[in-house]
Design a protein around this ligand. Structure first.
Ligand code: FAD
Length: 466
């Protein structure tokens, strides 16, 4: 028997889209109910952003220990990886954040229902869990996220093959791994394993790694990967995976120069994710799809006036901060405002070694739009802070619209790139010119000074670069 509930706003899915929207709505005085079938925090907190970064931190410590003698810190022998402890620490971080979200939801008065939601009509949703509910809602936000795409490669279901979720809880460190996919998730794992001392091969179908990035950045990360000992096979298609008698994976791929075979302990498939509508009975809501995702307008509204969709399920950009931003915009629109989501200054970070970040337009993107633009490039090698960190690799490229002198894009590869991109994001979203950045005082010594130098590059020229 299901309990009948009535609410003003029902949100389905408690990832960074749904839980942020729920807290924001509750703060605005909207009676809000949030349904989650698995763990609060969704993909991001449980099997995405946070667990990967916790493991990456362990892997960076491993790399730093290996090079500690250069810093004058002598350790006895090579570091030994206790993978079970690496995973335990990751789980502790995850659990702390998940319980923090539970407390925030409760503290803000959000009603949380644990169970699987499916539409009964455009205003009614059934929730099936330990307890069952029928919820009637004035407005609904669908935030059901994404799931790992299935690929049809013979042998994909063999026990030696993992996806990112499985890799995040694997307490045994393989000696070698082949990663299928040189996109964001594949490359983060490639450096993570490499830093832990694993032999890594990356097989990528396209001709470049991280193909969505600026070409120079994409080439530079390939150089860094190869220098670190990661073997990159671009322009290569995996044909089949087999398991040898002694439990090794045998990966056959077709590259530009013919067929190749790789042998490794494990295979990690990182080919992509797609919108998750499983079990939602979306057809009963009347909501239309575009491709595999839910079709929304700039206000995050679907074709059904009181139903919104946010985050990965819309298939616009698979990023946690985009899901949260869209969620807050949807709530603003539900509460009577008219807010559109603008995607022109969305930061994107790849946590490789070195880190990569980008925001706004690339040089190629400007040229495609017929924009008269200039580019200023500054290397990390003259940045004092980067040298103290022993991380002189990398560069920043910022792009200026010559007609207005406004900064319209930027890409960074190097130390602290994940934090520095926020400075560029602020500049771009507030229409700042190169002069305004050049006239701003940046603290010394910081890696952020490369942004100042790059801005000076449009005028008199950078101080620390010939
Ligand atoms: P999700 O986080 O997927 O949450 C959706 C929730 O809905 C889930 O908890 C699910 O259980 C629930 N749900 C689904 N159907 C139902 C139903 N019928 N009833 C009830 N509940 C339901 N993004 C970044 O920005 N930075 C990163 O560094 C980053 N790293 C990543 C690393 C990995 C390995 C992966 C896989 C992803 C990463 N992402 C990263 C992407 C990020 O995790 C997603 O973009 C983000 O989680 C999307 O948020 P969401 O709220 O749309 O959906």
């Amino acid at each position: 028997k299901a309990t009948d509930l009535e609410t003003e706003l029902l949100i389905i899915g408690a990832g960074p889209g749904g839980y942020v929207a729920a807290i924001y709505a509750a703060k605005k005085g909207i009676k809000t109910t949030l349904v989650e079938k698995e763990e609060l925090g969704g993909t991001c907190l449980n099997v995405g952003c946070i667990p990967t970064k916790a493991l990456i931190k362990s892997s960076e410590i491993c790399r730093n220990v290996r090079s500690s003698a250069e810093f004058g810190i002598v350790t006895d022998g090579a570091p030994r990886v206790d993978m079970a402890q690496v995973i335990r620490r990751k789980d502790a971080v995850r659990e702390k954040l998940v319980s923090g979200i539970a407390a925030l939801l409760e503290g803000n008065g959000v009603q949380v229902l644990h169970g699987s939601a499916s539409f009964l009509s455009e205003n009614k949703v059934s929730v099936e869990g330990k307890e069952n509910y029928t919820v009637s809602a004035r407005d609904i936000i669908i935030a059901t996220g994404s799931k790992i795409s299935r690929v049809k490669i013979p042998g994909i279901d063999l026990p030696v093959v993992m996806n990112s979720t499985k890799a995040l809880s694997c307490t045994e460190l393989p000696k070698s791994i082949t990663i299928i996919g040189g996109g964001v998730i594949g490359m983060e794992f490639a450096f993570l394993y490499n830093n832990l001392g694993v032999k890594v091969h990356v097989v990528e179908f396209l001709d470049s790694l991280l193909a969505m990035l600026d070409k120079d950045i994409s080439e530079s990360i390939r150089d860094s990967a190869e220098k670190a000992g990661i073997c990159i096979h671009t322009g290569s298609k995996v044909m089949k995976i087999q398991e040898s008698d002694d439990g090794q994976a045998i990966i056959t791929y077709e590259g530009k120069s013919g067929e190749g075979v790789l042998v490794s302990d494990k295979v990690l498939v990182a080919i992509g994710r797609e919108p998750n509508l499983d079990g939602l009975a979306i057809e009963k809501s009347g909501v239309q799809l575009r491709g595999k995702g839910i079709d929304v307008d700039a206000h995050m509204r679907t074709n059904v006036e009181h139903i919104y969709a946010i985050g990965d399920v819309t298939n616009i950009l698979q990023l946690a901060h985009v899901a949260s931003h869209q969620g807050m915009a949807a709530v603003d629109n539900i509460s009577g405002k008219s807010v559109s989501v603008d995607y022109s200054a969305i930061p994107n970070v790849v946590f490789t070694s070195p880190e990569i970040s980008s925001v706004g337009l690339t040089e190629e993107g400007c040229q495609k739009q017929g924009m008269d633009c200039s580019v200023s490039t500054i290397s990390y090698s003259s940045n004092g802070k980067a040298l103290t960190m022993n991380e002189p690799e990398g560069f920043i490229k910022i792009v200026r619209d010559n007609a207005t002198r406004r900064i319209v894009g930027g890409s960074i590869i190097g130390a602290d790139a994940s934090s520095l991109v926020s400075v560029l994001t602020l500049a771009i979203s507030n229409g700042m010119t190169d002069r305004q950045i050049a006239e701003t005082v940046f603290a010394h010594p910081t890696t952020a000074e490369i942004i100042h130098e790059a801005a000076l590059g449009f005028g008199v020229g950078a101080i620390h670069q010939l």
